[in-house]
Design a protein around this ligand. Sequence first.
Ligand code: SF4
Ligand code: SF4
Ligand code: SF4
Length: 175
Amino acid sequence: MSSAPKVASRRAFFSGLRGLNADTGGTQTPMVIRPPWAWQFDESCTACGDCIPACPENIIAIGKGGLPEIDFGKGECTFCDACADACSEPVFDRSVTAPWHLDVSVSSKCFAENGVYCRSCGDVCPESAIHIIPQLGGRARVLIDDDLCTGCGACFSACPVDAISIKPATEIAHG
Ligand code: SF4
Ligand code: SF4
Ligand code: SF4
């Protein structure tokens, strides 16, 4: 397995702590997430589907457009490179440091934010990127450190109330 990459180091630590985002609604957005390092996806993917069976985590599926996309509802990305290795087209570019630019956020449905004890996302995060900070009244704030988060998606299916949203970032800065 490759060492865990970083999504992007585009924010300082404190500005990179992302908290509750009521706008997310707590469901994965319709915006499509392509496999990691597929930086030339739009230009080069032929929809051959070779990356789909190659993924040991089975998180790549054919999307509505007939093209492969990531489904974090099935599991997390381990950044194993198997999808890139299976692809015969110039879709993947491992020379780019970041595998993708994703925004991970937490909605107002979060148990901890509402005073119900829960640490599920923090417990599964392999990068310790989720900070759950107790507040007065039994509530807690759930903050995601962009500088540590790899966008692996492990937190997505761990959340019992679908409070975590992962979507392509609007700010693109290849790292
Ligand atoms: S890097 Fe590995 S785990 Fe991640 S999508 Fe590709 S094949 Fe699946
Ligand atoms: S578990 Fe969630 S917060 Fe942690 S690195 Fe993966 S995507 Fe980021
Ligand atoms: S797993 Fe979900 S409900 Fe629990 S603390 Fe994390 S975001 Fe909140």
